[in-house]
Write a protein that binds this ligand. Structure first.
Ligand SMILES: [Zn+2]
Length: 217
Protein backbone atom coordinates (compact mmCIF):
# COMPACT_ATOMS: atom_id res chain seq x y z
CA UNK A 1 0.00 0.00 0.00
CA UNK A 2 1.47 3.28 -1.01
CA UNK A 3 -1.61 5.44 -1.21
CA UNK A 4 -3.77 5.50 1.90
CA UNK A 5 -6.00 7.70 3.96
CA UNK A 6 -6.08 6.54 7.59
CA UNK A 7 -9.26 8.46 8.41
CA UNK A 8 -11.06 6.87 5.45
CA UNK A 9 -9.85 3.41 6.48
CA UNK A 10 -11.15 3.94 10.03
CA UNK A 11 -14.54 4.87 8.58
CA UNK A 12 -14.45 1.80 6.28
CA UNK A 13 -13.66 -0.46 9.24
CA UNK A 14 -16.58 0.85 11.30
CA UNK A 15 -18.90 0.46 8.30
CA UNK A 16 -17.68 -3.11 7.65
CA UNK A 17 -18.08 -4.00 11.34
CA UNK A 18 -21.72 -2.88 11.18
CA UNK A 19 -22.28 -4.84 7.97
CA UNK A 20 -21.01 -8.03 9.65
CA UNK A 21 -23.28 -7.31 12.62
CA UNK A 22 -26.29 -6.62 10.40
CA UNK A 23 -25.73 -9.85 8.47
CA UNK A 24 -26.09 -11.72 11.76
CA UNK A 25 -22.51 -13.01 11.74
CA UNK A 26 -21.21 -11.26 14.87
CA UNK A 27 -22.98 -13.25 17.64
CA UNK A 28 -22.73 -11.00 20.68
CA UNK A 29 -19.71 -9.04 19.43
CA UNK A 30 -17.56 -12.17 19.14
CA UNK A 31 -15.85 -10.98 15.96
CA UNK A 32 -13.17 -8.48 15.07
CA UNK A 33 -12.09 -6.72 11.89
CA UNK A 34 -8.87 -5.15 10.69
CA UNK A 35 -7.23 -3.61 7.65
CA UNK A 36 -3.65 -3.18 6.54
CA UNK A 37 -1.94 0.17 6.96
CA UNK A 38 1.67 1.03 6.08
CA UNK A 39 3.73 -0.01 9.11
CA UNK A 40 0.97 -2.15 10.65
CA UNK A 41 -2.79 -2.36 10.74
CA UNK A 42 -5.98 -0.84 12.11
CA UNK A 43 -8.19 -3.15 14.21
CA UNK A 44 -11.38 -2.90 16.26
CA UNK A 45 -10.68 -2.28 19.96
CA UNK A 46 -11.14 -4.91 22.65
CA UNK A 47 -14.73 -4.85 23.87
CA UNK A 48 -15.99 -3.44 20.58
CA UNK A 49 -19.65 -3.78 19.65
CA UNK A 50 -21.80 -2.36 16.88
CA UNK A 51 -23.18 0.09 19.47
CA UNK A 52 -19.85 1.44 20.70
CA UNK A 53 -17.41 1.14 17.79
CA UNK A 54 -16.55 4.54 16.35
CA UNK A 55 -13.59 5.71 14.26
CA UNK A 56 -11.66 6.83 17.36
CA UNK A 57 -12.10 3.36 18.95
CA UNK A 58 -10.22 1.74 16.07
CA UNK A 59 -6.68 0.96 17.25
CA UNK A 60 -3.44 1.27 15.25
CA UNK A 61 -1.12 -1.70 15.85
CA UNK A 62 2.44 -1.41 14.57
CA UNK A 63 4.30 -4.23 12.78
CA UNK A 64 6.21 -4.96 16.01
CA UNK A 65 2.96 -5.49 17.96
CA UNK A 66 3.05 -2.19 19.85
CA UNK A 67 -0.12 -0.15 19.70
CA UNK A 68 -0.96 3.53 19.62
CA UNK A 69 -3.26 5.25 22.13
CA UNK A 70 -5.04 4.31 25.36
CA UNK A 71 -7.44 1.70 24.00
CA UNK A 72 -6.27 -1.88 23.63
CA UNK A 73 -6.69 -3.69 20.33
CA UNK A 74 -8.89 -6.79 20.04
CA UNK A 75 -7.38 -9.74 21.92
CA UNK A 76 -7.02 -11.45 18.53
CA UNK A 77 -4.64 -8.79 17.17
CA UNK A 78 -1.82 -11.33 16.75
CA UNK A 79 -3.95 -13.41 14.40
CA UNK A 80 -4.75 -10.40 12.21
CA UNK A 81 -1.17 -9.10 12.18
CA UNK A 82 0.24 -12.51 11.24
CA UNK A 83 -2.12 -12.71 8.25
CA UNK A 84 -0.77 -9.39 6.91
CA UNK A 85 2.80 -10.56 7.51
CA UNK A 86 2.34 -13.79 5.55
CA UNK A 87 -0.37 -13.03 2.98
CA UNK A 88 0.48 -10.10 0.77
CA UNK A 89 -2.96 -10.19 -0.93
CA UNK A 90 -4.64 -9.46 2.40
CA UNK A 91 -5.68 -5.86 2.98
CA UNK A 92 -8.69 -6.63 5.17
CA UNK A 93 -9.42 -9.48 7.62
CA UNK A 94 -12.69 -10.57 9.24
CA UNK A 95 -12.92 -13.02 12.16
CA UNK A 96 -16.28 -14.17 13.55
CA UNK A 97 -18.02 -16.94 15.48
CA UNK A 98 -20.93 -17.22 13.03
CA UNK A 99 -23.32 -20.12 13.64
CA UNK A 100 -22.66 -22.66 10.91
CA UNK A 101 -18.93 -21.95 10.77
CA UNK A 102 -18.80 -22.74 14.50
CA UNK A 103 -20.88 -25.90 13.91
CA UNK A 104 -18.21 -27.28 11.55
CA UNK A 105 -15.26 -25.87 13.51
CA UNK A 106 -16.43 -27.51 16.74
CA UNK A 107 -16.38 -30.87 15.00
CA UNK A 108 -12.97 -29.92 13.59
CA UNK A 109 -14.38 -30.51 10.12
CA UNK A 110 -13.03 -28.79 7.01
CA UNK A 111 -15.55 -27.59 4.44
CA UNK A 112 -15.05 -30.02 1.54
CA UNK A 113 -15.67 -29.34 -2.13
CA UNK A 114 -19.30 -30.48 -2.12
CA UNK A 115 -20.52 -27.39 -4.01
CA UNK A 116 -18.77 -25.33 -6.65
CA UNK A 117 -19.21 -22.12 -4.60
CA UNK A 118 -16.52 -23.46 -2.24
CA UNK A 119 -14.15 -22.63 -5.11
CA UNK A 120 -14.84 -18.91 -4.68
CA UNK A 121 -12.39 -18.95 -1.78
CA UNK A 122 -9.70 -19.99 -4.26
CA UNK A 123 -9.37 -23.74 -3.67
CA UNK A 124 -11.43 -26.92 -3.75
CA UNK A 125 -11.97 -26.97 0.02
CA UNK A 126 -11.69 -24.76 3.11
CA UNK A 127 -9.43 -26.18 5.84
CA UNK A 128 -10.04 -26.24 9.58
CA UNK A 129 -6.87 -25.45 11.54
CA UNK A 130 -6.25 -26.99 15.00
CA UNK A 131 -7.57 -25.34 18.17
CA UNK A 132 -5.30 -23.06 20.19
CA UNK A 133 -6.33 -20.71 22.97
CA UNK A 134 -7.64 -17.31 21.81
CA UNK A 135 -5.10 -14.53 21.46
CA UNK A 136 -2.13 -16.89 21.19
CA UNK A 137 0.70 -16.71 18.66
CA UNK A 138 0.12 -20.40 17.93
CA UNK A 139 -3.45 -19.64 16.80
CA UNK A 140 -2.12 -16.68 14.82
CA UNK A 141 0.42 -18.88 13.01
CA UNK A 142 -2.11 -21.60 12.19
CA UNK A 143 -4.75 -19.11 11.01
CA UNK A 144 -2.29 -17.23 8.79
CA UNK A 145 -1.03 -20.52 7.34
CA UNK A 146 -4.63 -21.62 6.73
CA UNK A 147 -5.14 -18.58 4.49
CA UNK A 148 -2.27 -19.45 2.15
CA UNK A 149 -4.15 -21.30 -0.61
CA UNK A 150 -7.65 -19.96 0.03
CA UNK A 151 -9.16 -16.73 1.31
CA UNK A 152 -10.97 -18.34 4.27
CA UNK A 153 -10.38 -21.02 6.88
CA UNK A 154 -12.17 -22.46 9.89
CA UNK A 155 -10.56 -22.30 13.34
CA UNK A 156 -10.97 -25.56 15.26
CA UNK A 157 -13.41 -25.35 18.21
CA UNK A 158 -13.61 -21.58 17.65
CA UNK A 159 -14.92 -19.94 14.44
CA UNK A 160 -13.69 -18.62 11.10
CA UNK A 161 -11.29 -16.08 9.58
CA UNK A 162 -11.05 -14.71 6.05
CA UNK A 163 -9.00 -12.21 4.10
CA UNK A 164 -9.72 -9.92 1.16
CA UNK A 165 -8.15 -7.23 -0.97
CA UNK A 166 -10.60 -4.83 0.70
CA UNK A 167 -13.45 -4.87 3.21
CA UNK A 168 -16.14 -5.52 0.58
CA UNK A 169 -14.40 -8.73 -0.46
CA UNK A 170 -13.58 -9.87 3.09
CA UNK A 171 -17.13 -9.22 4.38
CA UNK A 172 -18.49 -11.01 1.31
CA UNK A 173 -16.32 -14.03 2.10
CA UNK A 174 -17.46 -14.08 5.74
CA UNK A 175 -21.11 -14.12 4.66
CA UNK A 176 -20.47 -16.64 1.87
CA UNK A 177 -18.64 -19.04 4.17
CA UNK A 178 -21.50 -18.96 6.67
CA UNK A 179 -24.05 -19.69 3.91
CA UNK A 180 -22.03 -22.54 2.39
CA UNK A 181 -21.33 -24.09 5.81
CA UNK A 182 -25.10 -23.96 6.43
CA UNK A 183 -25.70 -25.69 3.10
CA UNK A 184 -23.14 -28.34 4.01
CA UNK A 185 -24.75 -29.00 7.40
CA UNK A 186 -28.15 -29.34 5.67
CA UNK A 187 -26.72 -31.61 2.98
CA UNK A 188 -25.05 -33.80 5.60
CA UNK A 189 -28.33 -34.18 7.44
CA UNK A 190 -29.56 -36.16 4.41
CA UNK A 191 -26.46 -38.30 4.02
CA UNK A 192 -22.88 -37.94 2.81
CA UNK A 193 -22.81 -35.24 0.10
CA UNK A 194 -21.04 -35.97 -3.18
CA UNK A 195 -17.81 -34.07 -3.73
CA UNK A 196 -16.80 -32.50 -7.02
CA UNK A 197 -14.11 -34.52 -8.81
CA UNK A 198 -10.66 -33.19 -9.70
CA UNK A 199 -11.81 -32.90 -13.32
CA UNK A 200 -14.83 -30.88 -12.25
CA UNK A 201 -12.62 -28.57 -10.20
CA UNK A 202 -10.27 -28.05 -13.15
CA UNK A 203 -13.26 -27.19 -15.26
CA UNK A 204 -14.59 -24.82 -12.57
CA UNK A 205 -11.34 -22.92 -12.11
CA UNK A 206 -10.89 -22.66 -15.90
CA UNK A 207 -14.32 -21.10 -16.23
CA UNK A 208 -13.90 -18.96 -13.10
CA UNK A 209 -10.82 -17.34 -14.62
CA UNK A 210 -12.79 -16.40 -17.71
CA UNK A 211 -15.52 -14.69 -15.73
CA UNK A 212 -13.00 -13.04 -13.39
CA UNK A 213 -14.20 -14.87 -10.27
CA UNK A 214 -10.54 -14.88 -9.33
CA UNK A 215 -10.84 -11.14 -8.67
CA UNK A 216 -12.53 -12.09 -5.42
CA UNK A 217 -9.45 -13.91 -4.17
ZN1 LIG B 1 -12.76 -15.56 18.20
Amino acid sequence: MTDFDEAALRTSLVKAYNQVENKGLMNQSSGNLSCRLPGGMLISCTGASAENLTEDRVVMVNDDGSFVGKLKPSTEWRMHLEVYRRQEKANAVVHTHSDYCVALACNNLPLPGFHYMVGLFGNSSVPCVPYSVFGSQELANDAAEGLTDQAACLLGSHGMICRGGDFDIAVGHAERLEIICKHYVLARSLGEPDLLTDEQWDEFFGRAQKVAYSNFI
